[in-house]
Design a protein around this ligand. Structure first.
Ligand SMILES: Nc1ncnc2c1ncn2[C@@H]1O[C@H](COP(=O)(O)OP(=O)(O)OP(=O)(O)O)[C@@H](O)[C@H]1O
Ligand SMILES: [Mg+2]
Length: 254
C-alpha cells in the first residue's frame, strides 16, 4: 500500500484497499478501490448550502448520512431499482459500483417547496396533484441551473433512452419512498437523485439519499427534519438528522 492508502476489512466480501482520492465533493470523498469497478465513498461531516456560500459541519453528520443511505439503497434494490450501493464498510464509508455520473440532477417533487415555490410563487406545502420531475445541470460553477430534457439531449449529456430510464427510475424511487417514510411519520416533500452509467451502459441510481438531498417534514407537526434546518438557520440540525436515521431504521408504525 502506498502512502495514504489503507485497508478496510469488509464484512463478507474480503479486504478492500482504499486507493487514491478520485474526487472530493462538498459532502463526500470518492476513492479508488483495489477492486476494479468499485469506489469507496467516504461521507464527510461538512455541510454546505447555496452552492457552498454557506458552510458548516458537525460530528456525526457523515456517519448519519452514510447509515441512512446504506439502509435505503438495499431496500430500493429489493424493490427492483438498480443502485450503486454494495456494502457499508465503516461508520463513514461504503463500497459502491463505480459509474460515470450523468451530469443531470433529478429532482422529484410531491409538495411545493424551496426553489419551486420561489420560482412559481406557489406557497410552500401546497400538494402537487401529480409528481413533478425537474432536471438541473450538475455544475458547481453555474450553481446547478434548471434545464429541460431537450437541453440535456442537445448538449449530449444523456441520450433519449437514458433520460426515459432516469425518469422512470426516479418515479419508482418516489413510489417506494413516499409510503416508506409515511409509515415512519415523515412526509417526503421532494428529493434529488443522481444516476450513473456502468461500463455496459446500464443506468443505475448513484450518490445518496439523506437529509442533505431530501425534504422531510414530520407528518404530525410539520416540522422540518432535513437540510433546510441548516440552510434557514432553524437550529436543531444535528437532532433532526439523528431523528431521521432513527425513523429510517425503525419498523413501520402500526
Ligand atoms: N457510484 C459513483 N461513481 C462515481 N461517482 C459517484 C458515485 N456516486 C456519487 N458520485 C459522485 O461523487 C461526488 C461526490 O459527492 P458529493 O455529494 O460530495 O458532491 P457534491 O459536493 O454534491 O458535488 P457535485 O456537484 O459534484 O455533486 C459527486 O460528484 C457524485 O456525483
Ligand atoms: Mg452531493
Amino acid at each position: 500500500m502506498s502512502q495514504g492508502e489503507r485497508s478496510t476489512n469488509t464484512g463478507h466480501s474480503g479486504k478492500r484497499h482504499r486507493g487514491e482520492l478520485r474526487y472530493e465533493g462538498k459532502a463526500k470523498r470518492v476513492y479508488a478501490s483495489s477492486h476494479p469497478g468499485e469506489y469507496i465513498v467516504e461521507y464527510k461531516d461538512e455541510a454546505t448550502a447555496f452552492n457552498a456560500a454557506k458552510r458548516g459541519q458537525w460530528a456525526g453528520k457523515g456517519a448519519t448520512n452514510n447509515a441512512i443511505t446504506a439502509h435505503l439503497y438495499p431496500m430500493l434494490e429489493a424493490a427492483g431499482i438498480p443502485t450503486h450501493f454494495l456494502e457499508q464498510l465503516s461508520e463513514t464509508e461504503q463500497r459502491v459500483r463505480a459509474v460515470t455520473i450523468i451530469p443531470v440532477e433529478v429532482i422529484v417533487r410531491n409538495v411545493a417547496a424551496g426553489s419551486f415555490s420561489k420560482r412559481l410563487g406557489i406557497e410552500e406545502g401546497t400538494e402537487l396533484s401529480r409528481p413533478v420531475v425537474e432536471y438541473c445541470y450538475k455544475s458547481d460553477a453555474l450553481g446547478d441551473p434548471l434545464i429541460n430534457t431537450d437541453t440535456a439531449l442537445a448538449l449530449g449529456w444523456a441520450t433519449e433512452a437514458e433520460l426515459t430510464r432516469v425518469r422512470a427510475l426516479a418515479l419508482e424511487v418516489r413510489d417506494f419512498l413516499v409510503p416508506f417514510f409515511l409509515e415512519r411519520g415523515v412526509r417526503l416533500i421532494d428529493f434529488k437523485l443522481e444516476f450513473g452509467k456502468l461500463p455496459d451502459g446500464t443506468v443505475i441510481l448513484a450518490d445518496e439519499i439523506s437529509p442533505d438531498t431530501c425534504r422531510f417534514w414530520d407528518a404530525a407537526s410539520g416540522e422540518k427534519m432535513d437540510k433546510d434546518r441548516f440552510r434557514r438557520d432553524l437550529g436543531g440540525v444535528e437532532d433532526a438528522y439523528a431523528e431521521m436515521l432513527r425513523r429510517v431504521t425503525s419498523p413501520a408504525l402500526g
